[in-house]
Write a protein that binds this ligand. Sequence first.
Ligand code: MG
Length: 465
Amino acid sequence: MTLRLRFTALSDVGRVRRDNQDSAYAGPYLLVIADGVGGAARGDIASSAAVEAIRKLDVPPGNDPLSELAATIHLAHDRLAEIVEGHSDLDGTSTTVSAAVFDGAQLAVGHVGDSRGYLLRKGSLRQLTDDHTLVQSLVDEGRITEDEARVHPHRNLILRAVDGVHEPEPDLFTADIEPGDRLLFCSDGCSGVLDDEALAVLLALDPLENAAARLVSSALDAGSSDNVTVVVAEVVESDEEITAPALVVGAAASAPHLRIANESTGNLSDSEFSALGEEAPPIDPEDLRYAPQPPRRGNVLRRLAVVAAVLVLLVGATWGAYAYSQTRYYVSDSAGKVAIFKGVDLSIPVGPSLHHVVKSTNIPLSAIEPYFAAEVRNGKTVDSFAKAEKYVAGLPLTCADSSNTSVPTPAVPTKTPAKTPPASKKHRAPTAGTTKAPTKAPSPTTTATPTSTPTSGTSGCPGAR
Ligand code: MG
């Protein structure tokens, strides 16, 4: 004898909602439930598009039904992406998908979201699927109990869905079945209000169609405010093929699904979309049901690695620039007076300062010949501190600020007698240690020697240094 599936499906818009965003399919080889999410973004289109893509698996399965399931769920993802690309107003729509392929010996199940699959065997009910919800993650972490999850204010928030944007990442697994097993795939409009005990009793009812009808009516009577959809199947031994026609219920059986299915591109025309928009409720709590899934962990880690690498490069470059700057010196203006700076004459908006004064003088810029004063004002770069001191010592002074008699005279070491340079020559004045010392420079000496003698190009600036 061969194992076969008897099946039925039923969907009800419920007592609160204006439209049915659930879709379902039942056939001899395939059971599917899809609960559209998105409210005004038309979750009905998402669920019907998903069923449209997956129902192609209702044929005798191949050798790898799990891979085929994964492929069709991704096909649903692609179809939804096409639809949203063509109609940006549908951005945000998504759907759960729980689908089971029957190969005569076992079920291959693909699952995304919080619709559920159950197996009833000899009166014992087992939930086949794990909810991809916030509350389920809290239960798994031991932070709340199953009972607390059932009444949690965010119990409807799902973390995974087929949305055409994020990779769907379905749970894929197989389940062995036996003759007499009953199967239930349902939306949260049913499982959210009926506990396992009630589900087990109702699922066991005969005939199968009665079980489906009682599951739906009991969910509504229990206060479900959602669409309620069930797919019920029984495993039977039979040599004869099941001849009952496949069933499509919910949104997938209505106009949005048919319009999408009949278009080669899967997109709605503008007129069709406008017509659909007229039916859409302006505000629906379903808008808040699906928490868009964050980028996959691998993507996050890759991005963090890139950011970290960039930061390392920036820090390295900044440190390298700073280290280099601290090998440089320049002479410039500090509060109107000549000073020797360590670093480079640059300022950056963040990070350490690239320069600081290492030696101040009392030489006003106004006491320097204009050419050299401008050079100092612009920052005169030198290779070392010694050369900076030499440059300062050789600055030609005017007597414009000769009142500043308190300026100390710097050391002007020199080893050779000086020769007076041409007074009209506009180049740097002789500096300490060069052979071109001021005319009345002191006798050659290597020690610091105070002098009142003006440097080259000046004529009697008393105590300019
Ligand atoms: Mg629902």
